[in-house]
Design a protein around this ligand. Structure first.
Ligand SMILES: [Zn+2]
Length: 280
């Protein structure tokens, strides 16, 4: 009787420790996800900034080329004026024809450059629009990034707090549990993806989802020995046993546990004297 009682208490503590560990694992996964999400958001913002920068570079290059072309047009105009002056002072037909030809050639070049200038202007207009849109996207992206970053930071702080709570609670539970059982649990947890203790409900192990033989299930319900799932080897308990449904360490992350914890510990101690064989 005393031994069974002792096993029951240890199981209850073990279940509570498993609950804490499950929460701790979950919190740690969320804590790692936060910075990864931030990194993705940062990369998204950087991509927007790069696109904007490229647009601005293209605009600058286009503007420079446009200015150079304007200069070329101006030079051509000067040459045209000179050619026209020259034309008016020519006497021979041959020279006149040659000068006319030169004048035509200069006009042709000027027309080409003027066409190119129009193209540059159109391109600059398009690029200006692109840059304005890019600036707007960067502004919006920056605002979103800052908002998300604040969210992640807040979440991280809440997770940190919850982690501390569960760690403290776990420590409390481990003080009372049998040391050998705790070592077995810890070693098993390392090998079993963080879950070393699992309920069996309606004859089915809730970790591996395989049924356990009826005779074993009856032994489990009797609850007078520590048992393992014959399939996954995790430590099992009868999940429908109301004694194991109470006193669970399942607080919401971020919520202080001080009072709950005291109540839980109190109930564990009360049960030392309150339970009889008929209650099973
Ligand atoms: Zn199993």
């Amino acid at each position: 009787m005393t031994e069974v009682k002792n096993l029951e208490e240890n199981m209850r503590l073990l279940i509570a420790i498993q609950d804490c560990d499950t929460h701790i694992m979950d919190i740690q996964a969320k804590k790692e996800a936060g910075p990864q999400r931030m990194e993705r958001l940062k990369q998204d913002l950087e991509a927007l900034e790069r696109t904007l920068d490229e647009g601005q570079q293209r605009f600058k290059a286009c503007e420079q080329e446009s200015r150079a072309t304007e200069q070329e047009v101006e030079d051509l105009e000067n040459r045209l004026k000179k050619a026209e002056v020259k034309l008016s002072s020519i006497n021979s037909n041959k020279e006149y024809r040659a000068a006319l030809k030169e004048l035509d050639e200069l006009k042709r070049q000027k027309a080409l450059l003027e066409d190119r200038l129009i193209e540059y202007m159109e391109e600059m207009e398009a690029l200006r629009g692109e840059c304005e849109m890019g600036e707007q996207r960067v502004r919006e992206g920056t605002r979103q990034f800052e908002e998300d970053r604040d969210g992640v930071l807040k979440e991280q702080a809440a997770l940190e707090e919850a982690l501390g709570t569960f760690q403290t609670q776990r420590e409390q539970f481990t003080k009372d549990i049998d040391g050998t059982l705790l070592s077995r649990y810890d070693s098993l947890r390392g090998k079993k993806g963080g879950v070393a203790v699992t309920p069996v409900i309606k004859g089915v192990c809730q970790a591996c989802h395989l049924g356990i033989p009826p005779q074993k299930f009856n032994e489990l319900i009797r609850g007078d020995q520590l048992m393992r799932c014959p399939n996954c080897y995790r430590i099992i308990y009868w999940g429908e046993d109301r004694r194991f449904q109470e006193n669970r360490a399942t607080p919401e992350p971020g919520r202080p546990l001080g009072q709950d914890e005291g109540a839980t510990r109190g109930r564990v101690e009360d049960d030392k004297s309150g339970m009889s064989e008929q209650d099973r």
